[in-house]
Design a binder for this molecule. Structure first.
Ligand SMILES: NC(=O)c1ccc[n+]([C@@H]2O[C@H](COP(=O)([O-])OP(=O)(O)OC[C@H]3O[C@@H](n4cnc5c(N)ncnc54)[C@H](O)[C@@H]3O)[C@@H](O)[C@H]2O)c1
Length: 334
C-alpha cells in the first residue's frame, strides 16, 4: 500500500488529534508544523515526528497533502497556497469567517487538479451516515421539516476556550461559527443549502467571553424548513436530530448511540443501536477517507462547495442576529 506524506499545519487542540489519527491509519508519514516552538517540541517528543515552524517553508517540502488546523482566518490563504504548491488539502471547519479569498480558493482547487476536503467530521460518523442513507433512499419521501437540539458543557471539553480563537467572531469564535456550523453543515447534506436564516442568539453563561454561547435558528431550504437550538453550557452532552415527512420520521440520538424510524401507522419507533465511539475514532476514519480520496476513491467528506454554503449560512446567521431580520444566505455571494 502506498504511503502518504502529510504535513499538519497548526498542532493545537484539533491539529494534535489529526496528527495522531493520521499516524493511526498506518498509511501516512506525518510532519508537524506550528508557529509555537514549545508545542512543536511536544509533538516531536510525543509522536516522534519531524517538525518545522514556518508553514510557507514547509510547503516547499515533499508532501502529498496538507492538513490545515489553524484558526479560521488562516484557512483560505493557507489552503490556496498549498493547492498552488501542488498539495492535496484537508482543511478544518469553518472554511473561514469571511468570504474573502473564497473565489480564489475555488480557482486554485480547479486549476491544481488536487483534492480538497473540509473536515466537517460529522460526515464520517457511522450513525449519521446510516440515518442519512435511509432518508436518501426515500421510503418516507422527501423531508419537509427537521429539528436539531444540541448542547454540552464547552468548558468541560475545552477548559481553555476563553484563551483561544473561540473568544472572538473575527477569529471564527462563538457558538454559531464554531459549534452550530457542524450540525447545519450536516443537515444541509440532506435538505440542501440553507436559503435564508432567522437567528436569535446571546451570551448567557460562559465566563471569560462575550460571544454567543446560545443560539436559536430557523432555516429555509428549497423544500423544507429546519430549526436548530444550541447552548454550550448545559451539563448533559446531548444532540438529537429529527427529520419529518407525512409518511414517517427519522430520529438520531447521538448521546444514546441510536437512530430510529417511525413509519406512519406503525405506532412505535424502531431503533438501531450503534457501538460506542471513542473520541479519536471518527478522526481516524476521516483520515482514512481523505487518503482513500487521494487514491482515487469517491469522496465521503464535505466538499468545498458544501463548506462554502455553510460559511454563507454562518455569516447570514450572525447578520440576522444583529439585525433581528431574516437574511437570505445567497445574498452573501461575493
Ligand atoms: N472538527 C472538530 O471537531 C474541531 C474541533 C476543534 C477545533 N476545530 C477547528 O480547528 C481549527 C483550530 O482549532 P484548535 O482548537 O485546534 O485551535 P488552537 O488554538 O488549539 O490551535 C491552533 C494552532 O495553530 C497554530 N498557528 C496559528 N497561526 C499559525 C501559523 N501562522 N503557522 C503555524 N501555526 C499557526 C497555533 O500556534 C496553535 O497551536 C479551528 O478552525 C476550529 O474551529 C475543529
Amino acid at each position: 500500500m502506498a504511503r502518504h506524506s502529510v504535513l499538519v499545519i497548526g498542532c493545537g487542540s484539533i491539529g494534535e488529534r489529526h496528527l495522531r489519527c493520521f499516524q493511526k491509519t498506518g498509511r501516512a508519514d506525518v510532519t508537524a508544523c506550528d508557529a509555537n516552538p514549545a508545542l512543536l517540541q511536544k509533538m516531536k517528543d510525543t509522536y516522534q515526528v519531524p517538525v518545522i515552524t514556518d508553514w510557507q517553508t514547509a510547503l516547499a517540502g515533499k508532501f502529498d497533502a496538507v492538513v490545515i488546523c489553524t484558526p479560521a482566518p488562516l484557512h483560505i490563504p493557507m489552503a490556496t497556497q498549498a493547492l498552488d504548491a501542488g498539495r492535496h488539502v484537508l482543511v478544518e471547519k469553518p472554511l473561514s469567517q469571511s468570504l474573502e479569498g473564497l473565489d480564489g480558493l475555488f480557482k486554485a482547487r480547479d486549476r491544481s487538479g488536487r483534492q480538497l476536503a473540509v473536515a466537517y467530521v460529522l460526515h464520517i460518523y457511522a450513525i449519521l451516515a446510516e440515518a442519512r442513507e435511509f432518508i436518501r433512499r426515500g421510503d418516507f419521501g422527501p423531508v419537509r421539516q427537521a429539528t436539531v437540539i444540541t448542547g454540552q458543557s464547552f468548558p468541560f471539553f475545552r477548559p481553555a476556550y476563553a484563551q483561544t480563537y473561540y473568544r472572538d467572531h473575527r477569529t471564527g469564535g462563538g457558538a454559531i461559527q464554531d459549534a452550530l456550523t457542524h450540525s447545519v453543515n450536516w443537515v444541509e447534506s440532506i435538505l440542501g443549502p440553507s436559503e435564508s436564516v432567522l437567528c436569535d442568539c446571546d451570551h448567557l453563561e460562559l465566563p471569560g467571553v462575550e460571544v454567543e454561547d446560545t443560539a436559536h435558528v430557523s432555516t429555509r431550504h428549497a423544500n423544507a424548513m429546519a430549526t436548530f437550538a444550541i447552548n454550550q453550557f448545559q451539563a448533559p452532552n446531548e444532540t438529537t436530530y429529527q427529520f419529518n415527512t407525512a409518511l414517517g420520521s427519522v430520529k438520531i440520538e447521538m448521546h444514546q448511540a441510536r437512530w430510529g424510524t417511525y413509519a406512519k401507522d406503525s405506532g412505535a419507533w424502531t431503533w438501531h443501536d450503534m457501538p460506542p465511539v471513542e473520541r479519536d475514532t471518527p478522526f481516524v476514519n476521516q483520515a482514512n477517507a481523505f487518503l482513500d480520496q487521494l487514491e482515487g476513491q469517491p469522496s465521503r467528506l464535505c466538499s468545498l462547495e458544501a463548506a462554502a454554503h455553510t460559511l454563507r449560512f454562518n455569516l447570514a446567521a450572525l447578520a440576522s442576529a444583529k439585525s433581528g431580520a431574516r437574511v437570505v444566505c445567497a445574498s452573501l455571494h461575493a
